[in-house]
Every structure is written in C-alpha cells, then in structure tokens.
Design a protein around this ligand. Structure first.
Ligand SMILES: *Cc1c(COP(=O)(O)O)cnc(C)c1O
Length: 422
C-alpha cells in the first residue's frame, strides 16, 4: 500500500472502508467538543450503542417476570451463556462445544490450571514469558506454591535477547526442549500486552505438546485482535477477557476454550458447581455430578446475565462483520499508523522507536526516546487517548471496529504539534 500523510488520502481510505459504517455504532468520549481519537481499545473497548438495550431487556424481564425470567424471559436466563458460544467459537477458531463463558479471566485461568496444571515430583515446571502481565505472574506463583513447589525453581521464564524488544520463537522452543521432561505446563500471553507481539502459537503449542506438557494461552490481548485457530493448533486450553478488543464492558466476563479431546473425560480433575452438571437432570438436585460434555462442564455458578447481556450485544456486531474483514482493516490501519509515525518522526527529527515486531495485531508500542510524560499529557489534553507505560513507552491500539484512517492522520498532526510546542 502506498500510504500518504494527507487528509485527502485518509478520507479516501475511510470512504472505501467496509467497516466505516460501524464507527457510528459506538459511543465516544468527547474532549474539546470532539470525539476522541481512541487508542486504548486494548484496555477497555468502546461501548456499542446496542449494548444498553440488551441490559435494559434483562432489567425489564426481571421487573415483569422476576423468578419466571429464568425460563420465560425473551432470552431465558438459565442458558443465556450458551448464546455466546457460537459467535465466540468463530472468533477463536474452535468448535462451539469447546467454548464457554463464565467468571473473569484470572479466575478462569486458576480454574483451568486446577484441571491442567497437575505437577508431579518429576514434571512440575511452568514456562512463561519474562515480565508476563502481573496477574499471570501471581497466578503462576500461587499455583506452584499451592502444590508445594518453589516458584523460583518451578517457573522458567523465556527471556528476550539482549538489545531486542521481542521474544524469538526459536528461544521459546529451545527453552521447552531444555526443560524437557520436567515441563508440566506452558502458559504464555498469546499477544504480549507490552510490546504487542503475537507469539507463534501454533509452533509453540506443538513444541510444548511434543515435550509431553500441556499448553495453555492467555488470550486477553489476542481475542478479537488476531487470527486464532485454537482447535486446529491443538491448544489444550485458553481463556480471555471480553472488555478489551471484545468491547463488552468494564471488568466483564471471560471466555474459556478446552480442546475437544478433554470434553468426554468424566474423571478430569476440576472444581465443580451446579451449572456444569447435565441440564436434563440439573434440577433433580441429585448428589452426583454429571458433567456436560462441552466446555460448559467448567461452569460453576449460574450465569451472570446482566454482564453477559452487553457481551452478547458486542458479539452480534462481530457476527455481522466477521473476523476476516476486521483483520483486513487492521493490517491496513495499523500499517497506516506506522507510516504516519515514521513520517512525523522524520519531519520533527525525533527518535521514536517502534518496539512492536512484525508479528503483530493492531497495537504499536512506541519508545519515545528524548520525549517524556509531558508529550503523553499533551496528547491526552488534545483528545488522543493513549496509554503510558514506564519508562517511556506509549501503546497505540487502533481497534479496526471504530478507529478511522482520518484518526491516524489527525493523531500525526497533534503529535507533531506536541513535539514542536515543547
Ligand atoms: C487484561 C489482562 C488480564 C486481566 O485479568 P482480569 O482477571 O480480567 O482482571 C490478565 N492477563 C493478561 C495478559 C491481560 O492482558
């Protein structure tokens, strides 16, 4: 693509964008009487305008039907979560029965590790990426201690090479080989939250499983952002949150994936609750647990319908658009952002360094050598919502659903002003 740093070019791109009409379907915060340029869809996605109606329906049904809403609401509550499995399965490349929605992300990864981190004296180690998202570090450390092992021995981190800002697939695979028969679990963030790198999930999954380990993925920054083929890659398990690229609302519910090969295993260790037992006999209130033969067997409680409602609303938009169109636009839009950054960098003779490698989704992480927090504050004051990470990095994630090419162009202009006005 021959990009140009001009308003006409950006507007032409927007006019040809099949996702253009979707911009209208989201609420934007406003600064200085203008819609913001929103780069933090990797932290909290914008609110789809249809979400409120979905929540209002539940409130109405609750008011009008009370307990009867479980079975007689417009969308009955008792199996409300099942409506999310089909659209989600398409987004993560799974069979519908491999997907379920429940709890929140860190909680689900703990529940899944109950089933999939079963250390023994010989095989007890976990491989993860260095500087993993803090919650993931706490999860792994506490799981290891819970089983009576020492995190400093059991947790093996794959490092980046000196002077590099990304992990090499070969280094992850070499570490898997090195830990070998002591390796119980590989658990990595599929897209790294800091540098935006997409890990080669297929290759790493194969390497981990060949070594006799279980391989799970934290897909918080991957779902709705990059192509996933969890079933075909033979991933053992995965989980994601829904409030980042999935636009479901703050702190909202998490999805899980459990590969088909585990779904008929009745004796798999698992923390169980009444929503994981067979629907046909659930309300007989029998003492025996009969697992549903889908990922729903990991359900514990009855579904949090009020939080699933905006998630379902968002999924309807994903259904309408399809991941292919989102991914096509994402490549063009993030490519344009990169072009704009480099163009402005040249104009103002600055020294931005994009630390995101080529294997990326929509996020670019930019090291602002020579600039600092004042530039970040200038951007925020001028209607550009970005995210600041120590020591000197801004993360820019133009979500293809609601960010435009003109946004990228205008961002470049504001950035230039911010640097020149110092
Ligand atoms: C956002 C994120 C989380 C958040 O976990 P919650 O349980 O939803 O608070 C966890 N892990 C990673 C890698 C994340 O990016």
């Amino acid at each position: 693509m021959n990009y140009e740093n001009s308003l006409e070019f950006a507007r032409r791109m927007d006019a040809n964008d099949v996702l253009g009409p979707y911009r209208e379907k989201f609420h934007y915060p406003r600064i200085n009487d203008k819609d913001v340029i929103y780069f933090t869809g990797n932290s909290l996605g914008l609110q789809p305008k249809i979400a409120k109606g979905y929540v209002d329906n539940i409130m109405q049904d609750w008011a009008n039907l009370a307990v009867e809403g479980h079975f007689y609401a417009q969308k009955p509550w008792w199996d409300y979560h099942e409506r999310l499995a089909n659209p989600l399965a398409k987004i993560v490349g799974a069979l519908p029965e491999e997907v379920s929605v429940m709890n929140t992300l860190s909680v689900n990864l703990h529940f899944l590790m109950v089933s999939f981190y079963r250390p023994s004296k010989k095989r007890f180690k976990i491989i993860c990426e260095e500087k993993a998202f803090p919650s993931d570090q706490y999860m792994l450390q506490s799981q290891v201690r819970f089983h009576g092992y020492d995190p400093s021995e059991a947790i093996v981190e794959v490092k980046k090479r000196k002077g590099e800002h990304f992990w090499r697939t070969a280094d992850v695979c070499a570490k898997i080989d090195e830990v070998g028969e002591e390796l119980a679990l590989v658990l990595i963030g599929g897209v790294n939250y800091y540098n935006g790198q997409v890990f080669d999930m297929e290759t790493i999954t194969k390497a981990g499983r060949t070594a006799g380990a279980i391989v799970g993925w934290d897909l918080a920054h991957a779902v709705g952002n990059v192509e996933l083929k969890l079933h075909r890659w033979e991933v053992d398990f995965a989980a994601w949150c829904s409030y980042k690229y999935m636009n479901s609302g703050p702190g909202n519910a998490s999805g899980i994936f459990v590969h088909e090969r585990y779904l008929d295993k009745k004796d798999i260790p698992r923390f169980e609750g009444w929503w994981g037992t067979k629907k046909e006999t659930r309300f007989l209130m029998k003492p025996e647990f009969e697992p549903i033969e889908t990922a729903d067997a990991w359900q514990v409680s009855n579904p949090p319908v009020l939080s699933l409602a905006p998630y379902l609303a968002s999924l309807e938009l994903f259904e309408a658009v399809g991941m292919d169109a989102l991914l096509d636009k994402q490549r063009l839009l993030t490519g344009y952002l990169e072009f704009i950054l480099r163009a402005i960098d040249k104009e103002v003779d600055s020294t931005f360094e994009i630390i995101t490698p080529e294997q990326r989704g929509c996020q670019l992480s930019v090291f602002l050598h020579g600039e600092g927090r004042p530039l970040f504050e200038y951007l925020m004051k001028n209607g550009v919502i970005v995210d600041w990470r120590e020591p000197n990095v801004i993360r820019l994630a133009p979500a293809p659903f609601y960010c435009s090419f003109e946004d990228m162009y205008q961002f470049g202009q504001i950035l230039k002003m911010g640097i020149l006005s110092k």
